[in-house]
Write a protein of this length. Sequence first.
Length: 149
Amino acid sequence: MQLVQSIVDQLTVLAAEQPALLIGGVVFVVLVIKVLTGPQGGGSKARDPQRLYGNRDRRAGFDRAGGRCEGEWLPFVRCTRPANAGDHWLPHSKGGATSAANFVALCGIHNRSKSAQIPSRLQTARLRFRRRKYMNDHALVSAGQWFGR
């Protein structure tokens, strides 16, 4: 509680003495948060003509994930449930490719919660961080691929 009060006191003094610096700092923090939590890149109007992953591609994706869900139940902590759904990390409906680089193995809960949302840069960075621990093919550690890019 004393730490919070100390921070509030320092911000009050800063606001009184240098309001432009405080406003600039707040704008900077808001921009950083927007960049980290906003969707990564933008989809395209072009769609991959192949919507579904074939059996061979799905099996390869599940094997790369070790049969476990690649979602997270805490930040940076991988889900322990078995994967039973293969999904596009960048949604097909938003321009995501149907490719190995865009495949993510998910349990039913994570598959339903992800739906057709474009993951943020921070979510993608966390998936790459988790994948480095279990994927042998380091080319596929990076997650997501837009169709035609």
